[in-house]
Write a protein that binds this ligand. Structure first.
Ligand code: ADP
Length: 169
């Protein structure tokens, strides 16, 4: 039996960059648990946990190798409980590195036998993150190509002025 990994994030909303990491992760792990993290005291997300989970499920479709869940506690405790052995994370620019490095070290300190595995972003998704997507969509710009169509539809419901098509490539 191969290994399982937990892929945690806020996924507010899921982008094509996240989808790329999940698909490539499936080439390494036999199962991936996409974990929507939330802080019950912070309600600053655009989409609720339920909305984020349902978008991820729609994007992934029926795949027995992928599970989608949410959590609000200590990540390493969730990983241990789920019997996964790794945390999967994506790396984009240098700006991700310092934060991800700190996170990986603290998680390793908390539970030594859980490793963090990083996948380098696909070059197409280097600048793609949920915050930029929300900002552009909120200002009426099209984010087509950066997020799955399911997400594009949900963003349009939140931001009716958002353009659906863009002239970029
Ligand atoms: P974001 O940083 O987009 O708000 P999350 O907090 O949901 O997203 O990120 C979860 C994980 O996915 C992190 O490890 C993050 O670095 C990674 N990730 C997010 N966007 C991309 C991308 N475009 N390419 C590769 N990894 C990504």
């Amino acid at each position: 039996m191969g290994k399982s990994a937990v892929y945690p994030g806020s996924f507010d909303p899921i982008t094509n960059g996240h989808v790329d990491i999940i698909n490539r992760g499936l080439g390494i792990f036999n199962k991936i648990i996409v974990l929507v993290g939330y802080n019950p005291n912070k309600l600053t997300t655009l989409f609720s946990v339920e909305e984020r989970i349902s978008m991820i499920r729609e994007v992934i479709g029926d795949n027995p190798k992928i599970e989608v869940n949410s959590f609000s506690g200590l990540l390493v405790d969730y990983v241990k409980k789920s019997e996964a052995s790794c945390i999967l994370r994506g790396l984009r620019a240098m700006s991700d590195f310092e934060y991800e490095f700190q996170l990986a070290l603290i998680n390793r300190k908390l539970r030594r036998n859980i490793e963090t595995v990083f996948l380098m972003t696909g070059s197409k998704w280097f600048y793609c993150n949920s915050s930029i997507v929300k900002e552009a969509a909120g200002l009426g710009g099209s984010v087509k190509g950066l997020v799955p169509d399911v997400v594009l539809k949900r963003l349009k419901e939140k931001f009716p002025d958002m353009k659906i098509n863009n002239s970029g490539r």
